[in-house]
Design a protein around this ligand. Structure first.
Ligand SMILES: [Zn+2]
Length: 119
């Protein structure tokens, strides 16, 4: 699923295997999901599968929702060289660079500071 998001967000077509995997997980989500009354709205429960399966189905559901949304152009990789995470940039001017400012942003700023003041 990560490959699906990455390939779409990078404007590369995902491979058939990647799409088949995402579709299979999404299909499992539909097959096993049931709507039941919740406290203030309906909620999803799952019949069958183990805990890991349910997590994968939810990830597939979220990935499919994002991959088919107008927000896809706002998904980008973190600018930190050693991160590898992707994030949804919800800033007004689409200027976000890191997945998390407190982690990757501060680490990158510190790395650049050290480079400027080295030797
Ligand atoms: Zn990051």
């Amino acid at each position: 699923m990560r490959a699906s998001c990455a390939s779409y967000c990078s404007e590369f077509a995902p491979g058939a295997d990647t799409l088949a995997d995402l579709s299979a997980q999404l299909g499992a989500w539909y097959r096993h999901g049931r709507l039941v009354p919740g406290e203030n709205s309906l909620q999803w429960i799952y019949a069958g599968g183990d805990d890991l399966d349910r997590v994968l189905w939810e990830v597939a559901r979220s990935a499919a929702r994002l991959l088919t949304s107008s927000q896809l152009s706002r998904v980008r990789p973190c600018a930190a060289a050693d991160c590898g995470w992707w994030f949804l940039d919800d800033t007004k001017n689409a200027s976000r660079r890191w997945c998390d400012m407190k982690i990757c942003g501060n680490r990158e700023k510190l790395r650049r500071f050290r480079e400027r003041h080295a030797g």
